[in-house]
Design a protein around this ligand. Structure first.
Ligand code: ADP
Ligand code: MG
Length: 695
């Protein structure tokens, strides 16, 4: 391959040292920015642009609007002004007059510039006596042979010791040397059809735009390309997972439908019926279903899953339900036991606490096909279970169950259908990206008779009142939770710990009531017995950490106190609150906090005011930014360089459709016109998405 490298590729992969004006010292600084080769420099984009469109001589200056003036530094002074503030002044000698820049309280400005330097000041000028002045102007130092241009001046992300004019020079030299050698990943025909600029024009203009409009077109080209590569990878992943694979066709007939519904003690809601029809239509096909079912906490997803699982069993297939925690797995098993009492469906619960003998027997039965439904944690099932004839896998409450984990869930022979359920609504933009290869069903309504939860964000002065209310409701027969962020006291952190809260409440505000305590580090059996006591009402108040966050269903529990609420994320708070909106009594949730900043306050106020999980998810996403969710840590996906999922949402949609269309026509991307694009896509996503040898 290397020997066949074309001259253009060679030049592009020359070290930056070969650029005019780059010696060993600059090369080292450039390396700090990740710029090692000429190619890197070309694709190192400005983070902003300095608007020099209004470029003037001193006599033409006007007050009150941003203008730019070029000159040579004649004098730099610094003095103590009013109230001992430092004032730095820099006097510029311009072609026809003088201009002074002043900075207050920024003494270091004095050392950043030197007499004799040619610079451009940009800012709003003011006439002070006979002299024009700019307060805190933006300063650009010009290189020796650099002529300031009217237009937009790029500002690059930089590092100490490297001036903007140097970066501009390096960029200009790289463009001069290598621009003509850059190959376009998109064929001309495609570009024209999709309003994309050619790569060379786009590169030239993103570094040195000749107008705002041109800059927009240049940016569009790169944003589109970046998002398109992602969508292409997801589309290919999707095609691979479906095309090459066969799943059993599990059709639903009116008779089967009747038999399944008879098992439920209630009518399904219109929303449940809708998503069930989407799911069963997938399961009737011979390619595996890959569907995400999202529905707010308490919207009744388990019943939907039960329907799908029963459909698999009716057809003689096995099915597995994987929960994120053992407590939740047990709860599911209990629900299914109730539903299946009058049927012949054989169900087992797989937990970590089983004796080895017992476990072996169960595993053998599953392998022999003598068990229809397996319920357990994801870890356990994935690691240990061999199925005889697996038709459907349901994964509960796993919004972190990304593309990558799914890739790991390979089955032998025939593939099962997959249903992933989550109550953490995934913001639409993230859905488009991470879950771009999944179909999505959304459960929008909730079972009838659901009561709203009232949420209070209050301070210590109301604490006594809240507990009084809490006690009254307990006496009326309700139950409640007290949630803390940590189990034990910690001198470093000034947080309410579970142990302290439990002690204090037992001997104080809740004396005489039956309290229990549960947290994630307790052994499984113990957790289960506490949960059971709470479920039966033997425990009235459960002090806990966020172990109850997910899925726990005790309709009589309607009260919740959350301590140090600022320590929980919005999604987590919403999950917590979901625990007390499950029955026919109204719920009450009270948040206490430590010292919090404005941002945290905003978040909690939003939480108190909004009960819709989808709306909260969008707010959460906006407040935290997509970076965190799309970070490499959680999903292993490379970060975006220029695109922004929120801002560029319409391009995101556009690229998703375009990528799907392209892959439908050409699943292996074999068309040589797209060879470069394919290479770029594989370099970026081949490994994280386990795309293997595409084509
Ligand atoms: P989630 O979506 O949070 O998993 P669940 O499936 O646990 O919600 O359902 C929450 C509660 O609502 C359960 O107690 C369940 O029995 C009940 N439920 C579900 N569907 C209906 C329905 N159609 N009518 C009445 N109650 C329902
Ligand atoms: Mg659930």
């Amino acid at each position: 391959m290397a020997s066949k490298e074309s001259p253009s590729l060679k030049t592009l992969s020359l070290p930056v040292r070969y650029l005019r004006g780059v010696g060993p010292h600059r090369a080292e600084l450039l390396e700090k920015l990740g710029l090692r080769f000429v190619h890197d420099v070309l694709f190192y984009f400005p983070r902003d642009y300095l608007d020099l469109t209004d470029y003037r001589e001193v006599p033409d200056l006007e007050e009150g609007k941003v203008q730019s003036v070029e000159g040579v530094i004649e004098e730099i002074e610094s003095r103590r002004g009013y109230r001992a503030r430092t004032v730095v002044g820099i006097l510029l000698r311009c072609r026809s007059g003088y201009l002074r820049g002043v900075w207050f309280n920024l003494p270091h400005i004095r050392d950043q510039y030197s007499v004799g330097q040619r610079v451009v000041f940009s800012g709003k000028p003011r006439q002070q006596g006979i002299l024009w002045e700019m307060a805190h102007p933006l300063v650009q130092v010009l290189g020796e042979d650099e002529s300031p241009r009217s237009g937009l001046l790029p500002i690059y992300p930089s590092t100490e010791g490297l001036q903007q004019w140097e970066l501009r020079q390096v960029a200009r030299n790289a463009l001069e040397l290598a621009l003509e050698l850059v190959e376009d990943a998109f064929p001309a025909e495609y570009r024209e059809a999709h309003r994309l600029w050619p790569i060379r024009q786009a590169l030239a203009e993103i570094h040195f735009p000749s107008s705002r409009e041109h800059l927009e077109m240049a940016r569009r080209r790169f944003i589109y390309q970046e998002l398109f590569l992602l969508q292409l990878a997801l589309a290919i992943k999707r095609a691979q997972q479906q095309a090459a694979r066969r799943a059993p066709s599990l059709l639903v007939s009116p008779e089967i439908d009747r038999r399944i519904r008879r098992l439920f003690p209630f009518e399904l809601t219109p929303g449940q019926n809708q998503v069930i029809s989407e799911i069963t239509s997938d399961m009737g096909q011979t390619k595996p279903m890959l569907r995400l079912l999202q529905g707010d906490v308490g919207s009744g997803k388990t019943v939907v899953a039960a329907y799908a699982m029963l459909l698999a069993v009716v057809h003689g297939y096995q099915t597995a339900l994987m929960a994120p925690t053992e407590v939740l797995a047990r709860q599911h098993a209990r629900t299914f036991e109730r539903v299946l009492r009058s049927s012949r469906v054989r169900q087992v619960l797989l937990t970590g606490g089983l004796a080895p003998k017992e476990r072996e027997t169960i595993l053998a039965k599953i392998a022999a096909g003598q068990v229809d439904m397996v319920i357990g944690t994801q870890a356990l099932i994935q690691q240990t279970v061999q199925f005889k004839k697996l038709g459907l896998v349901v994964i509960d409450e796993q919004h972190k169950f990304g593309v990558r984990q799914r890739a790991a869930l390979k089955a032998s022979g025939e593939d099962p259908h997959y249903l992933v359920m989550t109550a953490t609504p995934i913001p639409r933009t993230l859905m488009m990206t991470l879950f771009g290869d999944l179909d999505v069903s959304t459960l929008r309504d909730s079972p009838p008779g659901r009561q709203k939860v009232r949420t209070f964000l209050t301070d210590e002065s109301r604490r006594a009142k809240w507990w009084e209310f809490f006690r009254r409701k307990l006496r009326e027969g309700r139950q409640g939770y007290v949630v803390t962020p940590v189990v034990e006291d910690d001198d470093e952190l000034d947080l309410v710990s579970l142990e302290r809260a439990y002690e204090a409440l037992s001997n104080g505000e809740l004396e005489g009531f039956r309290l229990g305590l549960i947290h994630g580090r307790m052994p499984g059996e113990q957790k289960e017995s506490v949960m059971e006591a709470f479920r039966r009402g033997k425990i009235q108040v459960l002090a806990c950490t966020s172990v109850i966050e997910v899925g726990i269903d005790v309709p009589n529990a309607t009260l919740m106190t959350i301590e140090n609420a600022e320590r929980f994320g919005l999604a987590q708070l919403h999950q917590l609150r979901g625990r007390i909106s499950r029955g026919s009594y109204p719920g009450y949730c009270c948040l206490f906090t430590g010292e919090i900043n404005e941002q945290a306050k905003k978040r909690l106020q939003a939480f108190a005011a909004i009960s819709d999980g989808f709306e909260l998810a969008e707010i959460d996403f906006a407040l935290r930014g997509p970076g965190e969710l799309f970070g490499t840590k959680q999903h292993g996906m490379p970060p975006m360089k220029i695109a922004d999922f929120e801002r560029d949402h319409s391009v995101l949609l556009e690229t998703r459709d375009d990528a799907r269309k392209l892959v439908e026509r050409d699943p292996g991307l074999a068309n040589p016109a797209f060879a470069l694009l394919r290479r770029q896509m594989l370099a970026r996503y081949g490994r994280v998405l386990d795309l293997g040898d595409v084509g």
